[in-house]
Design a protein around this ligand. Structure first.
Ligand code: SF4
Ligand code: SF4
Length: 303
């Protein structure tokens, strides 16, 4: 069944970033949806894994005032410790977040309707110009295609450029629906070796490679590929394989290298999860990837 009007559904959103310049052409608003089928070992947005409200705890800024203890209906709140996570019985009511003077307790995840998203995005309409618009990101935004598609229709009718930033691990039906409803797809290509892909992300890449081939065929000039480069995960051989696959695509998609960054690591502790075990220097790998991709004749976007 085709998605209908933008009021029909709501989605769990964990962030909205205005004036983004790296999530597609021009100036954009990037809307981050929760829920993802992959569990990449290097993910910088662990709060996106599961849809719903989540309590994040930052012990490094706690002043031990115990205001949280006085309002928690379960009596479970108190000064957090490193890697604590929320107490098992916590109902994520948010009372402690409201009273914490240090933002040592923060809530992430809110349900928003399509209409709310539309109105939020349209507030910055004068800044988008000819190229800019909105990027749905995640998490995996295409998991909620029935939510996104009608908003995308509405935005495009207003002249906005609409794209998704996707891991491409989505149902075939969605893959095939995308070309007619979006202006551009930003698709990740993480690894070519299927065993390694399974090991590092939790899924093999058969469907992902097929989706990228499909979009290349059906969306000429409207596909960008993002290649994350991660120390300990990527090596020269794997980078050559990735470039080799991309060189076989008929319509020469734009290729972007995304170097691993550590800024998301503190969020793992704040959610009570183990930090990613990623060690090593990314810069030599990135330099190597640039050289290889240029030698392979890829349409490399250099920042
Ligand atoms: S979110 Fe609510 S239940 Fe959970 S620790 Fe805070 S006050 Fe207690
Ligand atoms: S209210 Fe905030 S600053 Fe005060 S003890 Fe609780 S977490 Fe720490």
């Amino acid at each position: 069944m085709e998605p209908t009007g933008p009021n029909e559904r709501a989605a769990w959103i964990f962030d909205v970033q205005r004036f983004s310049v790296h999530d597609g052409p021009g100036i954009r608003t990037t809307v981050f949806l929760q829920g993802c089928p992959l569990r990449c070992a290097w993910c910088q947005n662990p709060e996106s894994f599961t849809p719903g409200r989540q309590l994040m705890l930052f012990p490094e800024v706690c002043m031990e005032c115990r205001a949280c203890s006085s309002v928690c209906p379960l009596g479970g709140a108190g000064p957090p410790t490193e890697g604590d996570g929320r107490a098992g019985a916590c109902t994520v009511c948010g009372a402690c977040v409201e009273v914490c003077p240090m933002a040592a307790r923060q809530m992430v995840g809110q349900k928003m309707s399509g209409q709310e998203i539309f109105e939020l995005v349209m507030r910055d309409r004068p800044f988008y110009g000819q190229d800019g618009g909105v990027t749905f990101c995640g998490g995996e935004p295409l998991l909620q295609w029935r939510f996104i598609a009608p908003i995308a229709d509405l935005m495009r009718r207003q002249g906005l450029h609409v794209t998704v930033d996707t891991c491409a691990a989505v149902p075939q039906q969605t893959v095939e629906a995308v070309p007619g409803r979006l202006d551009l797809v930003l698709a990740d290509l993480k690894l070519i070796d299927s065993e390694k892909h399974l090991h590092w992300t939790g899924q093999d890449n058969t469907g992902i490679l097929a989706a990228i081939r499909y979009w290349d065929r059906e969306m000429p000039g409207r596909l960008w590929i993002s290649v994350p480069i991660i120390p300990g995960v990527h090596d020269k051989e794997e980078i050559e394989k990735i470039g080799g696959f991309l060189a076989t695509l008929k319509n020469e998609p734009v290729v972007r290298i995304l170097p691993f960054e550590r800024f998301g690591e503190s969020k793992y502790g704040a959610l009570g999860m183990s930090k990613p075990a990623i060690v090593g220097d990314v810069e030599p790998l990135v330099e190597g990837a640039r050289t290889v991709f240029l030698q392979q004749g890829l349409n490399l976007m250099v920042y």
